[in-house]
Design a protein around this ligand. Structure first.
Ligand code: TRP
Length: 333
């Protein structure tokens, strides 16, 4: 699409997070901290993607709880509903509608190549839904509904972003210029936080490793204990080398993520693992404790109210874009 300027004059970013599992330090340092920072010079749209969460089976009510929990966490980390648009995907019906249209410009072959689908469908002993397969088409709809310029997500979303771009380009060439083709930006600052017990794996919501995962709601004592027991190695040397020293490097990355310093520089301050672990735990607590305090002040009703207002704001953009898509195709008005 030729014109990508937003009314605000600032580039629009869109990102989504699933309302499943409890938020951990990896989510915060890898994504949410950056979401907070990006609000300053972007027109930010942040979406709790509850429809995406349904790609794996859920109990009745589970999604409501998850949605409120993640909303409160986003508010506590500093997402500002006045400056940004914070809303729930299913509240803006256009996501589902455009999601269908995106399936019509996405091929079976493209979807079959998505590594996330292959991983998730192989790992799941449960029902593998066709929605898990077509998920990237809905993700494309999320992004395209807001004339998004930039999508700040990690490298694991690269394939989905490419598919969103291809779907937009295909739609535009089939039906005429309709969608802004979004750019992918891998946040430079986003630390990749690894599991404290298995530093070769990413800290993850879906892999069960309570001792290796720092939950954003963990008690301070529990956090200290987990850092004390974090896996390092036997050579006793503090140096930043992700390949050779994954455990120690992860601690340095976490410390760097919390302090804004460089991991390789921080390494120079230490000659033993004990003090590095203690300082990392302290730095993490200084980040997590204020978030926990803010979280305690937000109740469910306030969060729900904020989300409803966010959906109203989101619809102001999404409804006309959806209309553009319907008109471009020529669905009977
Ligand atoms: N697929 C993303 C994830 O699993 C979540 C997501 C859904 C998303 N829609 C999006 C991210 C649109 C960026 C833009 O993390």
């Amino acid at each position: 699409m030729s014109s990508t300027a937003q009314p605000s004059g600032r580039p629009r970013i869109f990102s989504g997070i699933q309302p499943t599992g409890s938020t951990h330090l990896g989510n915060y340092l890898g994504a949410l901290k950056n979401w907070e920072a990006l609000q300053d010079d972007h027109d930010a749209v942040y979406c709790i993607v509850d429809l995406h969460a349904l790609t794996l089976p859920k109990e009745p009510g589970e999604v409501t709880r998850g949605t409120l929990d993640i909303a409160k966490m986003l508010l506590a980390v500093g997402i500002d509903p006045e400056r940004s648009t914070l809303f729930v995907q299913s509240h803006v019906r256009e996501h589902a509608e455009l999601g269908w249209l995106m399936q019509t410009v996405t091929s079976f072959g493209e979807l079959s190549r998505m590594t996330q689908f292959k991983d998730k469908s192989e790992r799941s002993s449960k029902f593998v839904s066709s929605a898990l397969f077509s998920y990237p088409a809905l993700q494309a709809a999320d992004i395209l509904l807001y004339d998004t310029n930039v999508v700040p997500v990690g490298d694991d979303q690269r394939q989905h972003l490419e598919l969103s771009r291809d779907a937009a380009i295909r739609f535009n060439s089939r039906y005429g210029d309709t969608f802004v083709v979004p750019e992918h930006r891998i946040p430079a600052a986003g630390a990749r936080v690894m599991d404290l017990q298995h530093p070769e794996n990413k800290m993850s919501k879906s892999i069960d490793s309570p001792q290796g995962t720092i939950g954003m709601l963990d008690e301070p004592k529990a956090i200290e204990k987990k850092f004390k027991r974090a896996v390092t190695d036997n050579d006793g040397e503090v140096r930043y080398d992700r390949e050779a020293k994954p455990g120690v490097s992860n601690l340095l990355d976490i410390l760097a993520g919390c302090t804004g310093e460089e991991p390789a520089e921080l390494a120079k301050n230490y000659s033993q693992y004990g003090p590095l672990k203690a300082d990392t735990a302290a730095a993490v607590l200084s980040v997590i404790e204020p978030i926990q305090q803010r979280l305690a002040e937000i109740d469910d009703a306030d969060a729900a109210e904020i989300l409803h207002r966010g959906a109203d704001k989101a619809r102001e953009v999404a409804v006309p874009v959806m209309e553009r898509a319907r008109n471009a195709i020529g669905l009977l008005p």
